[in-house]
Design a protein around this ligand. Structure first.
Ligand code: HEM
Ligand code: HEM
Length: 189
């Protein structure tokens, strides 16, 4: 469907961006905490981690379809070639990780040899991913990949937020207002 030209993301894109960002940051923090022996209630946190991780997978799948069918607002015209390239690579990397990291997590628990019943939000049984046979070696490999994926998300996060803040405070080109319309003067919202 044709979109009216605008210089900010749509309400749906903004809601998805901030919901997924918040969930991912919590998943990374609680993911690292729950794997520490000293963490109280860590096995409960595992179940919440898996549940919210699957929510991120579903929301990110929807967001990708939304993104491919809805044109984003144009980037500020005075961005240098390498800046446009860096923004595009970061966004594509984020989409790959927003879908890839939870899939690796799901594959990891599917490969587990432990008899743990996975129930999303203690309600919906999470089936194993098809085609994955349970083995300690496969689980360990997937665990390693899941952790690398989470670290890559953190790396992209630092680059992404650094870029957003540079645009806001140094270039002052309104890029942050594309995702936080309240930062815009009233007449441009
Ligand atoms: C965007 C979504 C996700 C993020 C950012 C994320 C992040 C993390 C992080 C940072 C860790 C700790 C690092 C480690 O020791 O492995 C972790 C561990 C873990 N994650 Fe996720 N995760 C996500 C989704 C999922 C999903 C969907 C599942 C399963 C359905 C899952 C299952 C696990 C499990 C079982 C562990 C513990 C691994 C261990 O015992 O070492 N994760 N995750
Ligand atoms: C883990 C957390 C985050 C993830 C995964 C994430 C992901 C993304 C993605 C994929 C886009 C591209 C949207 C599209 O075209 O479809 C985007 C745009 C944007 N994000 Fe984030 N983001 C996160 C956190 C943040 C934070 C904390 C800020 C603010 C400090 C921010 C500011 C922006 C801005 C201003 C844009 C639009 C500007 C542009 O097109 O480059 N993001 N984000």
């Amino acid at each position: 469907m044709a979109q009216a030209p605008t210089d900010r993301y749509s309400k749906i894109a903004i809601a998805l961006h901030w919901t997924i960002a918040l969930l991912i940051l919590s998943l990374v923090v609680f993911g690292f905490l729950m794997t520490q022996d000293w963490m109280p209630q860590r096995f409960k946190i595992y179940q919440w981690h898996k549940s919210f991780g699957i929510v991120v997978l579903l929301l990110s799948g929807f967001r990708l379809v939304w993104r491919l069918t809805h044109k984003p607002p144009p980037l500020p015209g005075d961005m240098k070639g390498w800046e446009v390239w860096a923004a595009k690579v970061t966004h594509i990397g984020f989409y790959a990780l927003m879908i890839g990291v939870p899939l690796l997590g799901w594959a990891m628990v599917s490969a587990s040899t432990l008899p743990i019943e996975n129930k999303l939000f203690y309600l919906i049984p999470l089936p194993d991913l098809p085609g994955i046979s349970a083995s300690e070696a496969a689980e360990d490999r997937l665990k390693g990949l899941h952790e690398i994926g989470a670290k890559l998300i953190l790396l992209l996060f630092v680059l992404h937020v650094g870029g957003a803040l540079k645009h806001h405070f140094v270039a002052k080109d309104g890029t942050l207002g594309r995702m936080i319309p309240r930062l815009r003067p009233k007449e441009r919202q």
